[in-house]
Design a protein around this ligand. Structure first.
Ligand SMILES: Nc1ncnc2c1ncn2[C@@H]1O[C@H](COP(=O)(O)OP(=O)(O)OP(=O)(O)O)[C@@H](O)[C@H]1O
Ligand SMILES: [Mg+2]
Length: 332
């Protein structure tokens, strides 16, 4: 038995002169919920589509449960359940009929099929909607139906491409619960992509951060946070035209500032509280009007900022969280 559900070695995909996936090495352990985190155009879907056998790599190797995707695609593909980035439920069919079609595609025999459908509906909390048309479902219900559809052939590995993008908070947490349940109760290994830092942080056992086709960090959320170093993150928000002067105050207080669109941030180091006192003093002598000063424990947002030097948008789009960990729109 292979120890890993998915092994990727030196994976490369080019589209013309664009290197969409640039020499990625990655092993997903059996039983993990692994999150591939990255902004628009980072290469998440391209990576997933190669693992699914939908795209052919320029070079590199992919093993699914030890089976080589290039050499033995039919057997390798059977190991995987897929939830693609675009929703693909049949609106004109009921939940049951959607699952039925899929089961028939996989040649599940009739008596078993009905049992499997009922189980899938139960799992995704859609039993009440068995005979309702999928077209009437909310975004979250459609997603849950897709997830249960992807599990109809009892795969050991589930791949999901941005399963919660565009969903509201409630529907998103419904998907998280479902994925946790599938992982725990069905022993399904999960590889998912996400643009949401908070999602990766809360749901995934390990995270790989991908940017410009390269894997730039890999580890548990706690390990990634440690990359920031000790101490809290200090943030000061102010009018855009004042940010340079705020950064100067950071300098004077012995902090290394990073200027973002509406704030200046720095890692507080081992004596963050003392530093913030010094910073407040500097700012008050400069007579800058400040919107907010705050200190928080490092998050995955801060890791991303440190690694890429790019800002994570914190107010855009339909997604809002306590800290607004939203990366969509950071596209190039
Ligand atoms: N079929 C294609 N032909 C040409 N370029 C492509 C193709 N598919 C993807 N790309 C490019 O490859 C890069 C990676 O795209 P990919 O779709 O993998 O990103 P992503 O991380 O999934 O982004 P998103 O969050 O927007 O879904 C992008 O620059 C994209 O424009
Ligand atoms: Mg994508």
């Amino acid at each position: 038995m292979a120890e890993y559900s998915i092994e990727i070695e030196h994976l490369v995909k080019k589209f013309g002169s664009l290197v969409a996936v640039n020499d990625i090495n990655l092993s997903i352990k059996k039983g993990e919920i692994f999150g591939l985190l990255g902004p628009n155009g980072a290469g998440k879907s391209t990576t997933i589509n190669m693992i699914l056998g939908l795209l052919t790599p320029n070079s590199g190797k992919i093993l699914v449960n030890g089976i080589d995707m290039q050499k033995n695609p039919d057997v390798a593909k059977k190991q995987i359940g897929i939830v693609t980035q675009e929703t693909v439920v049949e609106a004109e069919l009921t939940a049951e009929q959607n699952l039925m079609i899929f089961g028939k595609l996989y040649h599940i025999p009739e008596p078993e099929l009905q049992k499997d459908i009922n189980f899938a509906l139960e799992l995704s909390d859609l039993t009440k909607f068995k005979h309702s048309y999928a077209g009437t479902f909310s975004g979250g219900m459609k997603r849950r139906l897709e997830v249960s559809k992807a599990l109809m052939h009892a795969p050991q590995v589930l791949l999901l491409d941005e399963p919660t993008t565009g969903l509201d908070v409630q529907n998103r947490s419904g998907i998280w619960d479902l994925l946790r349940k599938i992982n725990k109760e069905q022993n399904v290994t999960i590889l998912m992509t996400t643009q949401y830092l908070e999602e990766a942080d809360q749901l995934c056992n390990r995270i790989g951060i991908i940017d410009h086709g390269k894997l730039i960090a890999l580890g548990t959320p706690a390990e990634l946070r440690q990359k920031i170093g000790v101490g809290s993150i200090i943030e000061v928000s102010a009018d855009r035209e004042d940010l340079q002067r705020v950064a100067k105050a950071f300098d004077k207080a012995g902090l290394e500032p990073k200027i973002l669109s509406n704030k200046v941030t720095a890692s507080g180091g081992s004596n963050a509280t003392k530093k913030i006192e010094a910073l407040v003093k500097e700012i008050s002598t400069m007579k800058i009007s400040i919107h907010n000063i705050s200190m928080h424990e490092p998050t995955i947002d801060d890791v991303f900022l440190k690694l890429t030097g790019s800002e994570v948008r914190d107010t855009a789009g339909e997604y809002t969280s306590t800290r607004g960990s939203f990366m969509a729109g950071r596209g190039r």
